[in-house]
Design a protein around this ligand. Structure first.
Ligand code: SF4
Length: 485
């Protein structure tokens, strides 16, 4: 039996997909890249933003269009949890639905679908484990916690060990979120914060290291709120310390994503600075840099607190790479507020900035706000924000020239317009999938997941260029130069 699994959305979804894959493999399913060869087609959907929803529906419809009679099509993940009814309506070929905290029931679901082939379609949906989900009548925020049910508890304790890709693995420490951000739908379908037990996370970390992980990327909706639901707020420093102490030296990097301003404690900064395995890198999505917009977003709006965090982080770890994310074009965002954001960006000088234009999500307080910003203005502000950040990112990257950095090899590429090899790698300054790369021209034959040391000799806005310090990794000489700005 073969499966074809497509994962959309964020790293948290990727972790769930890894779990689904492990379960399928344990039942002797094998992966296939080709849809036509698969017995089971699964799409782990994203439902965070309207555009992501449409992409998920589009992928499902495309699979449904080409689906053969014996094949089973399953929609899983956030969009299903958020609006299973719409998935069923728009993708009539779908055979099964799996909510976000029920992916561990994938094998039961497949068995039920097979057993119910002769039944009428709506009955088949009703068998899929979540009557409310399948009943196509839900979802509102109040309903979600009851819907999620107890199976989540099992997942929290014993998550199947996910595979390790290119020496890196995501480690999910909690699910759901307690924050009240006015634009975000996540708490409405993920529910409140639920932290996994510390021992379960540490066991999984050890297993991932044994399976080849040199890097663990800590993810959750809000990593810094870990433990609050267990009556132990600010447990993240203890968790990180335990992971570092209980894993062997094959683990080189522990990377922290999705920190919430206000939850970044002095203790956390101290642990980050003192544990050699924790990389000096922090992703702290701030969403905006003007207090008025932040208040309407229902986000922490005291910028002094953010400046204070950044000052302490930089004092404790002068090499730290700071990443953040902003939303532009939020309802009511005046030119003056937007200028406030640009001033903030110039003042802090983040190493890396991601940005989105605001899109109203049905059911969120933001969707009801007056004074929407025109699409054209949103796009123009997005471009101005990125133009403001680019020279800062370039300067930060140029400051790396001359440094020796350890990099994790992700794969090989080619220099454009030539056949010269190019090693693709990441330094501690780059998170997988969202940040830049360290390009090492003229080198081949280093396996993905290996770590080598490189001397940085070039910098672009997003990527760095380096040459390896170890002579034997050279197997050809670069003949085509890379264009550097
Ligand atoms: S902290 Fe993140 S996940 Fe939680 S409500 Fe805010 S935006 Fe959503």
């Amino acid at each position: 039996m073969k499966y074809h699994l497509i994962t959309l959305g964020c790293p948290k979804n990727k972790v769930d997909s890894d779990g689904i894959e492990m379960l399928l493999r344990s039942a002797n399913y094998r992966p296939t890249e080709r849809q036509q060869d698969a017995d089971v087609l699964i799409v782990n959907t994203c439902g965070f933003l309207e555009a992501a929803k449409e992409e998920s529906i589009g992928v499902l419809q495309e699979l449904g269009r080409r689906k053969r009679k014996h094949q089973i099509l399953v929609a899983a993940g956030c969009l299903v949890q958020r609006n299973g009814a719409e998935v069923v309506k728009r993708v009539p070929k779908v055979d099964g639905l799996l909510g976000t905290r029920r992916w561990m029931e994938v094998l039961e679901l497949l068995a039920q679908i097979r057993g119910g082939k002769e039944r009428r379609r709506h009955e088949r949906y009703m068998m899929l484990g979540d009557a409310e989900l399948a009943g196509m009548s839900y979802l509102d925020a109040n309903h979600a916690p009851a819907l999620l049910g107890d199976p989540a508890a099992d997942f929290m304790v014993a998550m199947p060990r996910p595979p390790v890709t290119a020496g890196s693995a995501y480690l999910k420490i909690s699910d759901g979120c307690n924050a009240p951000c006015a634009f975000c739908t996540i708490p409405s379908f993920k529910g409140k914060l639920r932290s996994r037990p510390l021992e379960a996370i540490v066991d999984e970390a050890s297993a991932l290291v044994a399976a080849g992980a040199r890097e663990l990327v800590i993810v959750a909706q809000d990593t810094t709120d870990y433990g609050r639901d267990r009556g132990e707020p600010n447990s993240l420093p203890r968790l990180l310390t335990t992971i570092c102490n209980r894993t062997d030296d094959r683990l080189r990097w522990v990377r922290l994503m999705y920190a919430y301003p206000g939850h970044v404690s002095d203790e956390l900064i101290e642990v980050m600075a003192s544990q050699p395995k924790i990389v000096p890198y922090l992703d702290m999505p701030l969403q905006h840099g003007d207090p008025r917009t932040l208040r309407r977003m229902r986000r922490p709006s005291r910028l002094e607190m953010v400046y204070d965090h950044i000052e302490k982080l930089r004092a404790a770890m002068p090499e730290i790479a700071l990443r953040t994310t902003f939303i532009v074009g939020y309802p009511g965002e005046t030119e003056e507020e937007f200028q406030g954001l640009l001033d903030f960006v110039r003042a802090i000088e983040f190493d890396k900035v991601g940005a989105f234009t605001f899109s109203p999500e049905p059911g969120t307080p933001s969707a009801e706000l007056p004074d929407p910003v025109d699409d054209e203005v949103k796009q123009e502000r997005y471009a101005r924000l990125m133009e403001t950040q680019q020279p800062i990112s370039l300067r930060k990257n140029q400051a790396q020239v001359g440094r020796m950095l350890e990099v994790l090899v992700e794969g090989e590429g080619k220099i454009e317009g030539s056949n010269d090899p190019l090693l693709l790698a990441r330094s501690y300054r780059d998170a997988p999938e969202i940040d830049g790369l360290v390009l090492v021209p003229g080198v081949r034959g280093v396996a993905s997941g290996e770590m080598i040391e490189v001397n940085i000799n070039g910098a672009m806005e997003y990527d760095l260029v380096g040459e390896p310090l170890i002579a034997e990794v050279f197997s050809s000489k670069r003949s085509t130069p890379i264009a550097l700005s």
